[in-house]
Design a protein around this ligand. Structure first.
Ligand SMILES: Cc1cc2nc3c(=O)[nH]c(=O)nc-3n(C[C@H](O)[C@H](O)[C@H](O)COP(=O)(O)OP(=O)(O)OC[C@H]3O[C@@H](n4cnc5c(N)ncnc54)[C@H](O)[C@@H]3O)c2cc1C
Length: 515
């Protein structure tokens, strides 16, 4: 068994920021970060747009940012949380800069603030179109300087050690040798990010499988708002590729037309703003068009645009499309909507505390009340930074005494697993593809109770098969990961069945119910 003061699951912006603050303030305390992939692999690394922060009270105001957030959240945000997060933005930004993160400036030496959908002012700080990468690398650099932080890549957290609603740490498997270890921690912080890989099309990397939400749910934590999933309207469509490349919404803003295979601008039938309709409307319209046509994708037509200017604005998009065999100057770009962000998750208070003692959650894994039914663009990095700080301040004021693992938990978890056979591995991969297809077709952008019920039955069946294998200890961490995705799928289904009114990113078709 390993002992640590703070066990952090996840090395994106949420986990790293908390670790860095705690380690700097308390050099005598031990901080352990467990992360399942390479140390920087995370949603954070791929964030493009930037961080929304009010940096001038002349050209912008806290009140405007607050109102934009509330409008996006469709009346379901927690006002006090929105105010707290937005007013904390400037301090958290200064910290990021002090850790070395660079944000683009304009010719006058001021921040080059980007404008994004739903914002009433230019307020998005960015580093080219690689803001997340810049933040992740700069914080990691600081983390490596701290002798009291142990960062363990390629370690997968299997389960939280919880008894009587108190968390004592986590059981972790070291991926390279499949050895399990118990980490006893005074405090455990979930920073495991999103769920994107549960869907067939997602902008998220493969690590985003909702492990933290599933683990917390199994441990009895309160989970909320799982029905509120944000879909990005346009990622590059490729039949085989797992890594989906985002085609920024700014491309539509630049004048690209969204067309079906027959060349019809189908959006105009749904919203007079056409391609400039909001993100949720565009995603819903594409989803309906694809279901009607049974085609795999729709297209962005840029061929009528000034290509010199287009290339200057979107160099990465042009290069990537060409590398994938599509030249935007003469070809339509194939696109599909993709899961992008989860607004719900593990319920936390403003200290980041979950409904389980000694367990905290931060970043995309958590549900704070900031986003309500829909996230305002570029508010999520900000949320992670602010909550990492809140958790740090709260825990810095808590007494530290050993949170001794009860014997019952020690015995229960002290087991290794029988490695899976090749056949099992192939079956598991097939199951994952089936799961992703089911989630996209039946629990996607536009849902219905009948589809949700069908999905619930299949997910429940898969869950019980996997649970049996795990009971028999025929298990690999990959199996646990898929079980987590199934658990997350079931939570989305359950929460979607319970919600009747459409709002924000949630849309359910009305059906005539037969009794
Ligand atoms: C393409 C893209 C563009 C985006 N653009 C923006 C933007 O412009 N602005 C904005 O505000 N937001 C943006 N977002 C969203 C934002 O990036 C995320 O919400 C945020 O980075 C989440 O940070 P996090 O620390 O909570 O999680 P992540 O950064 O996803 O980190 C999660 C960590 O947990 C680890 N982990 C997960 N499960 C386990 C396990 N079982 N055991 C051990 N480790 C585990 C992962 O390996 C990873 O290290 C974007 C997201 C994507 C995908």
């Amino acid at each position: 068994m390993e002992k640590t003061n703070y066990l952090i699951l996840g090395s994106g912006v949420a986990g790293l920021t908390f670790a860095l603050k705690m380690a700097t303030r308390f050099p005598d305390r031990k901080i352990t970060i467990i992360t399942k992939g390479d140390e920087d692999e995370s949603n954070t690394k791929y964030a493009q747009g930037g961080v929304a922060v009010v940096t001038s009270e002349i050209t912008d105001s806290y009140q405007d940012h607050i109102e934009d957030t509330l409008i996006a959240g469709a009346g379901l945000c927690d006002l006090s949380v929105v105010e707290m997060v937005i007013k904390n933005g400037p301090k958290r930004l200064q910290e990021l800069i002090s850790w070395g993160a660079n944000f683009d400036k304009n010719q006058t030496g001021n921040f080059d603030l980007g404008m994004e959908g739903g914002h009433s002012a230019n307020r998005v700080l960015h580093h080219k179109d690689q803001t997340g990468f810049e933040i992740e690398q700069k914080i990691l650099k600081q983390v490596h300087r701290q002798e009291n932080i142990e960062l363990l890549p390629h370690h997968f957290a299997l389960e939280l050690l919880v008894e009587n609603k108190r968390c004592y740490g986590a059981k972790v498997i070291r991926i390279v040798n499949k050895k399990t270890t118990i980490f006893q921690a005074d405090f455990t912080i979930l920073a495991t990010g999103g769920i994107g890989n549960t869907y067939q099309h997602s902008s998220n990397p493969a690590i985003a499988t909702g492990d933290g939400i599933a683990m917390a749910y199994r441990a009895g934590a309160k989970i909320s708002d799982m029905e509120f999933i944000q879909f990005h309207p346009t990622v590059f469509y490729e039949k085989e590729s797992k890594n989906k490349f985002l085609i920024s919404e700014a491309v539509r803003g630049f004048g690209a037309h969204l067309k079906n295979k027959r060349g019809e601008r189908f959006l105009l039938k749904i919203d007079s703003r056409g391609e400039l309709a909001s993100r949720d409307i565009v995603s819903q319209a594409i989803d309906m068009e694809l279901k009607k046509s049974r085609e795999p994708c729709v297209f962005l037509d840029c061929t009528h645009l000034d290509m010199d200017k287009f290339q200057k604005h979107f160099p990465t998009i042009v290069q990537t499309c060409i590398a994938k065999g599509v030249n935007p100057a003469r070809d339509w770009i194939p696109v599909v909507p993709a899961q992008h962000y989860l607004c719900g998750g593990v319920d936390v208070d403003t200290n980041g505390q979950t409904s389980i003692q000694h367990l905290y959650a931060c970043g995309e894994v958590s549900r704070t009340g900031l986003h309500g039914a829909y996230r305002l663009a570029s508010n999520s990095l900000l949320e992670a930074l602010v909550y990492a700080d809140n958790i740090y301040k709260h825990l810095a004021s808590c007494d530290l005494k050993e949170n001794k693992l009860p014997i019952s938990l020690e015995n229960k978890t002290n087991s290794d697993f029988i490695p899976m056979t090749k056949v099992h591995q192939i079956q598991l991969q097939n199951l994952k593809s089936e799961l992703q297809a089911l989630m996209s077709s039946s629990v996607g952008i536009v849902r219905s109770n009948s589809d949700l019920r069908i999905a619930k039955n299949r997910l429940t069946e898969w869950k019980s098969i996997l649970e049996k294998s795990i009971e028999n200890r025929e298990m690999d961490w990959k199996m646990m990961e898929i079980l987590n995705q199934i658990e997350v799928g079931l939570l989305i289904v359950e929460h979607s069945l319970k919600r009747d009114e459409n709002c924000g990113g949630f849309m359910k078709l009305k059906e005539i119910e037969h009794s």
